[in-house]
Design a protein around this ligand. Structure first.
Ligand SMILES: *[C@@H]1O[C@H](CO)[C@@H](O)[C@H](O)[C@H]1NC(C)=O
Ligand SMILES: *[C@@H]1O[C@H](CO)[C@@H](O)[C@H](O)[C@H]1NC(C)=O
Ligand SMILES: *[C@@H]1O[C@H](CO)[C@@H](O)[C@H](O)[C@H]1NC(C)=O
Length: 422
């Protein structure tokens, strides 16, 4: 009996062991004593691979220029966005990286072989921009490519890793997104580590964001190379793209952990291609999946609806939870498997749960305790993270909620566990 209850006390009783200097939480079910009720919370690969540059203990948060502006960027836009992150209160919630994507540089290197900011759009240079962003208490990110050219055909950093890393560091850059265009057919595993080493050699701590589009299953190797790695092709501002990418990213859940995260690409919330409910689902699932939360809209002109989504502190807290275990799809049923339960463990012996309706019609979606690895007799309090209130103090065996079409609801489940220390 006692063992039965113990067996049902799940996820959150993660213990930490130290493996070659790293803290590596283990799932109790994977310790061999209890039956592995669910492979759903398999964390066997968690934290094994780590770049160990001290960054990304939780997924990165901030903004990136690409999804809204594409190539239409300049230093004014970047500065105004930094200002807007402050004035909207988003910076205070953790969105502190201001990341410039492609198109910041001239079409050619200078006579010394150095990258040059485009004089028309960045006349003051990147150092001045970094100083400005830093003066606001924020950090500056830049973009390059592990190829001969960037995707927009500016000079790439392949074979220029050391020079470019030094230049970025001299400008005070804090973050590098490193793309995959014009890669000369050289495998990512060969092209991405040199920039890691070059960044490290500068002595400046720079977040290293790999963007090889998931082509070479980076979850399997990129943890020793970067702080995050894209698992998929680019997102676009549609429900079809967002859901496809969520499913692809889900496959690699066991490999994410503090120091290195799966990256299903930047947020489209606020760009107009999805409904409010769809954007809320997008943000909920990205948070649950411990994805980077990089805003992709025009923060200078943000609507209150968009701001409400992006500044939901309870949802952000799931993303930034210290345990750092990626939530995943644990159950799907109904027409075309469109009634979905996504869940993951949180610190404090809690669970984050998203009920996601992938169909067009409203539906009641049920989560049974067994798919969460809980015994049905356990009592659970349920907090709704969008309503900001407890919707049940004492659920047993299952919980269900009405979920609108193409929408989701998000909860924290707190099982009333018997703390059997003995
Ligand atoms: C360089 O790498 C070493 C070994 O992983 C690490 O301890 C150090 O913090 C890194 N330095 C920087 C600046 O990233
Ligand atoms: C967006 O992504 C979806 C799903 O991958 C794809 O079917 C669609 O063609 C894309 N749309 C655009 C405009 O690229
Ligand atoms: C601000 O956003 C609205 C849509 O929400 C758009 O119609 C308007 O053109 C935008 N203004 C600017 C200056 O971009």
């Amino acid at each position: 009996m006692a063992m039965g209850i113990l067996g049902a006390i799940v996820y959150a009783q993660l213990i930490s062991v130290t493996v070659s200097g790293r803290v590596q939480p283990l799932h109790p079910y994977l310790n061999g004593q209890e039956k592995p009720i669910s492979s759903i919370f398999d964390t066997s690969n968690y934290g094994i691979l780590q770049l160990n540059n001290g960054l990304a203990t939780t997924p990165q948060m901030g903004w990136n220029s690409w999804n809204f502006f594409a190539c239409d960027i300049n230093e004014k836009v970047i500065k105004e966005t930094a200002d807007a992150l402050i004035s909207t209160g988003l910076a205070k919630l953790g969105y502190d990286y201001v990341n410039i994507d492609d198109c910041w540089s001239e079409l050619a290197r200078d006579s010394e072989g150095q990258l040059v900011p485009e004089s028309k759009t960045f006349p003051s240079g990147i150092k001045a921009l970094a100083d400005y962003v830093h003066s606001k208490g924020l950090k500056l990110g830049i973009y390059s490519d592990a190829g001969a050219f960037t995707c927009q055909v500016r000079p790439g950093s392949l074979f220029h890793e050391s020079d470019d890393a030094k230049l970025f560091a001299s400008w005070g850059v804090d973050y590098l997104k490193y793309d995959n265009c014009f890669n000369l057919g050289i495998p990512p595993k060969k092209r991405y580590p040199p920039m890691r080493d070059a960044l490290n050699a500068t002595g400046r701590t720079i977040f290293y964001s790999l963007c090889e589009w998931g082509v070479d299953d980076p979850a399997l190797w990129a943890g020793t190379v970067g702080n995050s790695w894209r698992t998929t092709d680019d997102i676009n501002d549609s429900w079809a793209s967002m859901t496809t990418i969520a499913d692809l990213n889900d496959k690699w859940a066991a490999y994410a952990g503090p120091g290195g995260w799966n990256d299903p690409d930047m947020l489209e919330v606020g760009n107009g291609g999805m409904t409010h409910g769809e954007y809320r689902a997008h943000f909920s699932i990205w948070s649950l999946m411990k994805a980077p939360l990089l805003i992709g809209c025009d923060v200078r002109n943000i609507t209150s609806e968009t701001l409400e989504i992006l500044s939901n502190e309870e949802v952000i807290a799931v993303n930034q939870d210290a345990l750092g275990v990626q939530g995943r799809k644990v159950y799907a049923y109904g027409p075309d498997n469109s009634y979905q339960v996504w869940a993951g463990p949180l610190s404090g012996q809690r669970l984050a749960v998203v009920l996601w309706n992938r169909g067009l019609k409203a539906a009641t979606i049920m989560v049974k305790w067994d798919v969460l690895g809980l015994e049905s007799s356990i009592s659970v309090s349920v907090r709704d993270l969008w309503k900001h209130e407890y919707v049940s103090e004492n659920s047993r065996a299952s919980f269900s909620a009405r979920v609108a079409g193409h929408a989701s609801e998000m909860y924290i489940f707190t099982p009333k566990l018997i703390h059997s220390a003995s």
